[in-house]
Design a protein around this ligand. Structure first.
Ligand SMILES: *Cc1c(COP(=O)(O)O)cnc(C)c1O
Length: 382
Protein backbone atom coordinates (compact mmCIF):
# COMPACT_ATOMS: atom_id res chain seq x y z
CA UNK A 1 0.00 0.00 0.00
CA UNK A 2 1.34 3.43 -0.85
CA UNK A 3 0.98 5.91 1.96
CA UNK A 4 -1.82 8.35 1.23
CA UNK A 5 -0.77 11.99 1.08
CA UNK A 6 -2.63 15.05 2.28
CA UNK A 7 -4.09 13.28 5.26
CA UNK A 8 -3.14 16.14 7.58
CA UNK A 9 -5.54 19.00 8.15
CA UNK A 10 -2.91 21.52 7.10
CA UNK A 11 -0.76 21.49 4.01
CA UNK A 12 2.28 23.71 3.53
CA UNK A 13 3.54 24.19 0.01
CA UNK A 14 7.10 25.45 0.10
CA UNK A 15 8.35 26.73 -3.23
CA UNK A 16 12.13 26.20 -3.22
CA UNK A 17 12.41 27.67 -6.73
CA UNK A 18 10.84 30.92 -5.50
CA UNK A 19 13.19 30.85 -2.50
CA UNK A 20 16.26 30.60 -4.74
CA UNK A 21 14.93 33.33 -7.03
CA UNK A 22 14.55 35.52 -3.95
CA UNK A 23 18.17 34.76 -3.03
CA UNK A 24 19.33 35.77 -6.52
CA UNK A 25 17.33 39.00 -6.33
CA UNK A 26 19.05 39.80 -3.05
CA UNK A 27 22.41 39.16 -4.77
CA UNK A 28 21.41 41.74 -7.40
CA UNK A 29 20.62 44.31 -4.72
CA UNK A 30 24.21 44.17 -3.45
CA UNK A 31 26.21 43.07 -6.49
CA UNK A 32 29.62 43.75 -4.96
CA UNK A 33 28.90 41.79 -1.80
CA UNK A 34 28.73 38.08 -1.15
CA UNK A 35 25.15 37.08 -0.32
CA UNK A 36 24.93 34.63 2.55
CA UNK A 37 21.74 33.10 3.97
CA UNK A 38 20.43 33.14 7.52
CA UNK A 39 18.95 29.70 8.22
CA UNK A 40 18.47 29.83 11.99
CA UNK A 41 15.34 28.36 13.59
CA UNK A 42 15.10 25.54 11.03
CA UNK A 43 15.36 28.02 8.16
CA UNK A 44 12.63 30.23 9.65
CA UNK A 45 10.44 27.17 10.11
CA UNK A 46 10.60 26.08 6.46
CA UNK A 47 12.98 23.13 7.00
CA UNK A 48 16.77 23.32 7.08
CA UNK A 49 17.27 20.00 5.32
CA UNK A 50 15.40 21.21 2.24
CA UNK A 51 16.36 24.89 2.28
CA UNK A 52 20.15 24.48 2.61
CA UNK A 53 20.58 22.12 -0.39
CA UNK A 54 18.37 24.40 -2.52
CA UNK A 55 20.55 27.40 -1.65
CA UNK A 56 23.76 25.42 -2.20
CA UNK A 57 22.51 24.44 -5.64
CA UNK A 58 21.97 28.12 -6.40
CA UNK A 59 25.46 29.16 -5.33
CA UNK A 60 25.13 30.23 -1.69
CA UNK A 61 28.35 29.45 0.21
CA UNK A 62 27.92 31.05 3.65
CA UNK A 63 25.23 30.31 6.21
CA UNK A 64 24.34 31.87 9.54
CA UNK A 65 22.69 29.96 12.39
CA UNK A 66 21.92 30.75 16.01
CA UNK A 67 23.65 28.00 17.96
CA UNK A 68 26.12 25.10 17.65
CA UNK A 69 23.38 22.51 17.27
CA UNK A 70 22.01 24.27 14.19
CA UNK A 71 25.56 24.73 12.88
CA UNK A 72 26.19 21.01 13.12
CA UNK A 73 23.00 20.34 11.16
CA UNK A 74 24.20 22.63 8.34
CA UNK A 75 27.66 21.03 8.41
CA UNK A 76 26.08 17.61 7.85
CA UNK A 77 24.30 18.96 4.77
CA UNK A 78 27.31 20.84 3.47
CA UNK A 79 30.87 19.77 4.29
CA UNK A 80 32.41 22.79 2.51
CA UNK A 81 30.39 25.91 3.18
CA UNK A 82 31.14 28.52 5.82
CA UNK A 83 28.82 28.22 8.79
CA UNK A 84 28.73 31.17 11.20
CA UNK A 85 27.28 30.73 14.69
CA UNK A 86 25.59 34.00 15.66
CA UNK A 87 25.13 33.16 19.32
CA UNK A 88 28.84 33.08 19.97
CA UNK A 89 30.73 30.50 21.97
CA UNK A 90 28.36 28.48 24.11
CA UNK A 91 30.23 27.15 27.13
CA UNK A 92 32.14 24.01 26.28
CA UNK A 93 31.50 24.13 22.53
CA UNK A 94 34.82 25.53 21.31
CA UNK A 95 36.27 22.06 20.67
CA UNK A 96 33.25 21.01 18.65
CA UNK A 97 33.30 24.18 16.55
CA UNK A 98 37.03 23.79 15.88
CA UNK A 99 36.68 20.12 14.93
CA UNK A 100 33.75 20.78 12.57
CA UNK A 101 35.34 23.93 11.08
CA UNK A 102 32.38 26.02 12.23
CA UNK A 103 32.93 29.74 12.66
CA UNK A 104 31.90 31.38 15.92
CA UNK A 105 30.72 34.98 15.92
CA UNK A 106 32.73 36.38 18.83
CA UNK A 107 30.40 38.66 20.74
CA UNK A 108 32.40 39.57 23.84
CA UNK A 109 35.97 39.77 25.11
CA UNK A 110 35.19 36.50 26.94
CA UNK A 111 34.35 34.85 23.60
CA UNK A 112 37.61 36.17 22.15
CA UNK A 113 39.57 34.70 25.06
CA UNK A 114 37.90 31.29 24.75
CA UNK A 115 38.57 31.11 21.00
CA UNK A 116 42.20 32.26 21.49
CA UNK A 117 42.65 29.43 23.96
CA UNK A 118 41.07 26.95 21.50
CA UNK A 119 43.40 28.23 18.76
CA UNK A 120 46.67 28.34 20.62
CA UNK A 121 48.05 24.94 19.66
CA UNK A 122 46.64 24.89 16.14
CA UNK A 123 49.04 24.74 13.20
CA UNK A 124 47.05 27.40 11.34
CA UNK A 125 44.84 30.22 12.68
CA UNK A 126 41.23 29.45 13.55
CA UNK A 127 38.57 31.43 11.68
CA UNK A 128 36.14 33.69 13.52
CA UNK A 129 33.78 36.57 12.94
CA UNK A 130 33.87 39.54 15.27
CA UNK A 131 30.61 41.28 16.13
CA UNK A 132 30.66 44.84 17.37
CA UNK A 133 27.58 46.49 18.82
CA UNK A 134 26.69 49.76 17.06
CA UNK A 135 23.62 50.68 19.08
CA UNK A 136 21.25 47.75 19.38
CA UNK A 137 22.73 46.53 22.67
CA UNK A 138 22.03 42.91 21.95
CA UNK A 139 25.18 40.98 21.00
CA UNK A 140 28.69 42.21 20.30
CA UNK A 141 31.74 43.92 21.76
CA UNK A 142 31.50 47.60 22.57
CA UNK A 143 33.34 50.00 20.26
CA UNK A 144 35.96 50.49 23.01
CA UNK A 145 36.48 46.76 23.42
CA UNK A 146 36.95 46.43 19.66
CA UNK A 147 39.50 49.22 19.70
CA UNK A 148 41.39 47.54 22.54
CA UNK A 149 41.78 44.43 20.38
CA UNK A 150 43.52 46.44 17.67
CA UNK A 151 45.91 47.99 20.20
CA UNK A 152 46.93 44.61 21.59
CA UNK A 153 47.23 42.19 18.64
CA UNK A 154 48.16 39.27 20.93
CA UNK A 155 44.51 39.25 22.04
CA UNK A 156 43.69 37.83 18.59
CA UNK A 157 46.70 35.49 18.49
CA UNK A 158 46.22 32.65 16.03
CA UNK A 159 42.67 33.86 15.17
CA UNK A 160 41.90 34.69 11.55
CA UNK A 161 39.06 37.22 11.30
CA UNK A 162 36.86 36.26 8.36
CA UNK A 163 34.31 38.97 9.06
CA UNK A 164 33.69 42.02 11.16
CA UNK A 165 29.96 42.53 11.60
CA UNK A 166 27.20 44.40 13.36
CA UNK A 167 23.40 44.22 13.31
CA UNK A 168 20.81 46.88 12.44
CA UNK A 169 18.02 47.57 14.91
CA UNK A 170 15.61 49.65 12.78
CA UNK A 171 16.23 48.86 9.11
CA UNK A 172 12.57 47.80 8.71
CA UNK A 173 11.63 51.48 9.12
CA UNK A 174 13.41 53.30 6.26
CA UNK A 175 12.79 56.75 7.76
CA UNK A 176 14.39 55.87 11.08
CA UNK A 177 17.63 57.83 11.59
CA UNK A 178 19.07 55.02 13.73
CA UNK A 179 20.24 53.12 10.61
CA UNK A 180 22.38 56.04 9.47
CA UNK A 181 23.88 56.37 12.96
CA UNK A 182 24.68 52.66 13.08
CA UNK A 183 26.20 52.81 9.61
CA UNK A 184 28.51 55.66 10.64
CA UNK A 185 29.64 53.75 13.74
CA UNK A 186 30.13 50.63 11.66
CA UNK A 187 32.36 52.54 9.21
CA UNK A 188 34.55 53.46 12.18
CA UNK A 189 34.65 49.85 13.39
CA UNK A 190 35.52 48.60 9.96
CA UNK A 191 38.42 51.03 9.69
CA UNK A 192 39.91 49.36 12.78
CA UNK A 193 40.20 46.06 10.91
CA UNK A 194 41.55 46.89 7.46
CA UNK A 195 41.35 44.02 5.00
CA UNK A 196 38.73 42.12 6.99
CA UNK A 197 35.42 41.75 5.06
CA UNK A 198 32.56 43.69 6.66
CA UNK A 199 28.90 42.77 7.08
CA UNK A 200 26.01 44.89 8.35
CA UNK A 201 22.82 44.29 6.36
CA UNK A 202 19.91 41.99 7.16
CA UNK A 203 17.08 41.73 4.60
CA UNK A 204 15.70 45.18 5.32
CA UNK A 205 19.16 46.75 5.10
CA UNK A 206 19.79 45.13 1.70
CA UNK A 207 16.47 46.27 0.26
CA UNK A 208 16.67 49.72 1.73
CA UNK A 209 20.10 50.96 0.70
CA UNK A 210 22.83 49.36 -1.42
CA UNK A 211 25.44 51.23 0.63
CA UNK A 212 24.60 49.03 3.63
CA UNK A 213 25.68 45.92 1.70
CA UNK A 214 29.45 46.17 2.43
CA UNK A 215 31.25 42.87 1.66
CA UNK A 216 28.70 40.31 2.80
CA UNK A 217 24.94 40.48 3.37
CA UNK A 218 22.89 38.34 5.77
CA UNK A 219 19.31 38.04 4.50
CA UNK A 220 16.76 35.93 6.33
CA UNK A 221 13.09 36.87 6.09
CA UNK A 222 13.23 38.22 2.51
CA UNK A 223 14.45 34.81 1.28
CA UNK A 224 11.38 33.21 2.78
CA UNK A 225 8.90 35.68 1.31
CA UNK A 226 8.15 37.71 4.43
CA UNK A 227 8.02 41.49 4.67
CA UNK A 228 11.45 42.84 5.58
CA UNK A 229 10.44 46.46 5.35
CA UNK A 230 7.21 47.25 7.18
CA UNK A 231 4.23 47.06 4.84
CA UNK A 232 6.23 46.15 1.70
CA UNK A 233 7.04 42.84 0.06
CA UNK A 234 9.31 44.63 -2.43
CA UNK A 235 10.25 42.41 -5.35
CA UNK A 236 10.27 39.21 -3.27
CA UNK A 237 8.10 36.26 -4.20
CA UNK A 238 5.79 34.30 -1.92
CA UNK A 239 7.54 31.10 -0.83
CA UNK A 240 5.13 29.48 1.63
CA UNK A 241 1.46 28.71 1.08
CA UNK A 242 -0.54 27.33 3.99
CA UNK A 243 -3.85 25.64 3.29
CA UNK A 244 -6.34 24.02 5.65
CA UNK A 245 -8.81 21.30 4.79
CA UNK A 246 -12.51 22.17 5.02
CA UNK A 247 -13.86 19.36 7.19
CA UNK A 248 -17.45 20.56 7.44
CA UNK A 249 -19.79 23.08 5.87
CA UNK A 250 -22.81 24.33 7.75
CA UNK A 251 -25.66 26.77 7.37
CA UNK A 252 -26.05 28.92 10.44
CA UNK A 253 -29.19 30.98 11.01
CA UNK A 254 -29.22 34.66 11.87
CA UNK A 255 -28.82 35.09 15.64
CA UNK A 256 -27.01 31.77 16.15
CA UNK A 257 -23.51 31.69 17.58
CA UNK A 258 -20.23 30.09 16.62
CA UNK A 259 -17.35 28.49 18.52
CA UNK A 260 -15.98 28.42 22.08
CA UNK A 261 -17.43 31.13 24.23
CA UNK A 262 -20.11 31.60 21.57
CA UNK A 263 -18.40 34.90 20.84
CA UNK A 264 -19.54 35.32 17.24
CA UNK A 265 -23.23 35.96 16.58
CA UNK A 266 -24.36 35.75 12.96
CA UNK A 267 -26.06 38.96 11.91
CA UNK A 268 -27.67 37.14 8.95
CA UNK A 269 -28.10 33.58 7.72
CA UNK A 270 -24.55 32.44 6.98
CA UNK A 271 -22.63 29.67 5.29
CA UNK A 272 -19.73 28.58 7.51
CA UNK A 273 -16.71 26.49 6.60
CA UNK A 274 -14.98 24.67 9.45
CA UNK A 275 -11.29 24.32 8.54
CA UNK A 276 -8.79 21.92 10.12
CA UNK A 277 -6.32 24.47 11.42
CA UNK A 278 -5.90 25.94 14.87
CA UNK A 279 -3.41 27.20 17.38
CA UNK A 280 -1.97 23.68 17.54
CA UNK A 281 -0.70 24.33 14.02
CA UNK A 282 0.68 27.76 14.82
CA UNK A 283 -2.44 29.67 13.76
CA UNK A 284 -2.35 31.97 16.74
CA UNK A 285 -5.53 32.10 18.81
CA UNK A 286 -5.19 35.86 19.10
CA UNK A 287 -5.98 36.08 15.35
CA UNK A 288 -9.52 34.83 16.15
CA UNK A 289 -12.46 36.69 14.65
CA UNK A 290 -13.76 37.63 18.10
CA UNK A 291 -13.68 36.74 21.76
CA UNK A 292 -9.99 37.10 22.59
CA UNK A 293 -8.27 39.86 24.55
CA UNK A 294 -6.88 42.74 22.47
CA UNK A 295 -8.86 41.58 19.43
CA UNK A 296 -10.05 45.07 18.60
CA UNK A 297 -6.46 46.36 18.38
CA UNK A 298 -5.79 44.36 15.21
CA UNK A 299 -7.57 43.78 11.92
CA UNK A 300 -9.20 40.31 11.81
CA UNK A 301 -7.56 37.44 9.93
CA UNK A 302 -9.18 36.07 6.80
CA UNK A 303 -8.76 33.17 4.43
CA UNK A 304 -9.27 32.78 0.70
CA UNK A 305 -11.37 30.21 -1.11
CA UNK A 306 -12.85 30.00 -4.62
CA UNK A 307 -11.62 33.48 -5.46
CA UNK A 308 -13.16 35.15 -2.41
CA UNK A 309 -11.67 36.65 0.71
CA UNK A 310 -13.48 35.06 3.66
CA UNK A 311 -13.34 36.34 7.25
CA UNK A 312 -12.45 34.22 10.23
CA UNK A 313 -15.33 34.15 12.72
CA UNK A 314 -15.36 33.29 16.42
CA UNK A 315 -12.48 31.82 18.36
CA UNK A 316 -9.73 29.69 16.86
CA UNK A 317 -9.67 26.27 18.58
CA UNK A 318 -6.66 23.97 18.85
CA UNK A 319 -7.38 22.16 15.58
CA UNK A 320 -10.25 24.07 13.98
CA UNK A 321 -11.23 27.52 12.80
CA UNK A 322 -14.47 28.85 11.28
CA UNK A 323 -14.69 31.04 8.17
CA UNK A 324 -17.77 32.84 6.92
CA UNK A 325 -17.97 31.82 3.25
CA UNK A 326 -21.41 33.31 2.59
CA UNK A 327 -19.88 35.35 -0.24
CA UNK A 328 -18.93 32.20 -2.19
CA UNK A 329 -21.66 30.57 -4.32
CA UNK A 330 -22.41 27.19 -2.68
CA UNK A 331 -21.50 25.16 -5.75
CA UNK A 332 -17.87 26.36 -5.63
CA UNK A 333 -16.98 24.96 -2.20
CA UNK A 334 -17.39 21.43 -0.91
CA UNK A 335 -16.26 19.47 2.11
CA UNK A 336 -12.67 18.34 1.58
CA UNK A 337 -11.60 21.46 -0.34
CA UNK A 338 -8.67 23.55 0.83
CA UNK A 339 -8.89 27.07 2.12
CA UNK A 340 -5.83 29.31 1.83
CA UNK A 341 -4.65 30.58 5.20
CA UNK A 342 -1.75 32.53 3.70
CA UNK A 343 0.06 32.51 0.37
CA UNK A 344 -0.51 34.30 -2.96
CA UNK A 345 -3.96 35.60 -2.00
CA UNK A 346 -3.61 36.24 1.71
CA UNK A 347 -0.33 37.88 2.70
CA UNK A 348 1.65 36.10 5.40
CA UNK A 349 2.22 39.45 7.07
CA UNK A 350 -1.49 40.32 7.04
CA UNK A 351 -2.17 37.17 9.05
CA UNK A 352 0.73 38.09 11.32
CA UNK A 353 -0.71 41.58 11.83
CA UNK A 354 -4.07 40.02 12.71
CA UNK A 355 -2.22 38.15 15.44
CA UNK A 356 -0.41 41.29 16.59
CA UNK A 357 2.91 39.86 15.46
CA UNK A 358 5.28 39.62 12.48
CA UNK A 359 5.73 37.12 9.64
CA UNK A 360 8.92 35.81 11.28
CA UNK A 361 6.96 34.57 14.28
CA UNK A 362 4.15 33.10 12.21
CA UNK A 363 6.61 31.07 10.08
CA UNK A 364 8.73 29.83 12.98
CA UNK A 365 5.57 28.85 14.91
CA UNK A 366 4.24 26.55 12.18
CA UNK A 367 3.95 23.12 13.73
CA UNK A 368 5.36 19.86 12.44
CA UNK A 369 1.80 18.52 12.26
CA UNK A 370 1.33 20.10 8.83
CA UNK A 371 2.17 18.03 5.80
CA UNK A 372 4.94 19.71 3.84
CA UNK A 373 5.22 19.70 0.08
CA UNK A 374 8.43 21.05 -1.40
CA UNK A 375 8.42 22.34 -4.96
CA UNK A 376 11.93 21.64 -6.27
CA UNK A 377 14.43 24.22 -7.48
CA UNK A 378 14.48 22.63 -10.91
CA UNK A 379 11.77 20.45 -12.31
CA UNK A 380 13.58 17.17 -12.65
CA UNK A 381 12.82 14.73 -15.44
CA UNK A 382 12.89 11.09 -14.44
C1 LIG B 1 18.34 36.95 12.18
C2 LIG B 1 19.49 37.78 11.79
C3 LIG B 1 19.65 38.23 10.47
C4 LIG B 1 18.57 38.07 9.41
O1 LIG B 1 17.58 39.05 9.62
P1 LIG B 1 16.32 39.21 8.63
O2 LIG B 1 15.61 40.39 9.16
O3 LIG B 1 15.53 37.96 8.74
O4 LIG B 1 16.86 39.39 7.26
C5 LIG B 1 20.84 38.86 10.12
N1 LIG B 1 21.80 39.08 11.06
C6 LIG B 1 21.66 38.71 12.34
C7 LIG B 1 22.74 39.00 13.31
C8 LIG B 1 20.51 38.06 12.75
O5 LIG B 1 20.37 37.70 14.04
Amino acid sequence: MTAPTDISGVRLIIDLAALTRNWKRLCDFAPRAETAAVVKADAYGLGLTEVVPALLETGCRSFFVADPSEALAVRLLSPQSRVFVLGGLTAGCAGLLREQRLIPVLNSTEDVAVWREAAKDEASPLPAALQVDTGMNRLGLTMDEAQALTKEPSLLANIRLELVMSHLACADQPANPMTGEQRARFEAVRALFPGVPASLANSAGILQNAALGFDLTRPGIALYGGEAIEGAMGPMEVVVTAQARIVQLRDVKKGERIGYGATHECDRDSRIAIAAIGYGDGYHRIASGSGVPLRRLFPGAHGHVAGERVPLVGRISMDLAAFDISAVPAKYVKQGDWIEIFGENVALDDVARAAGTIGYELLTALSRRAERHYLPVKTRTH
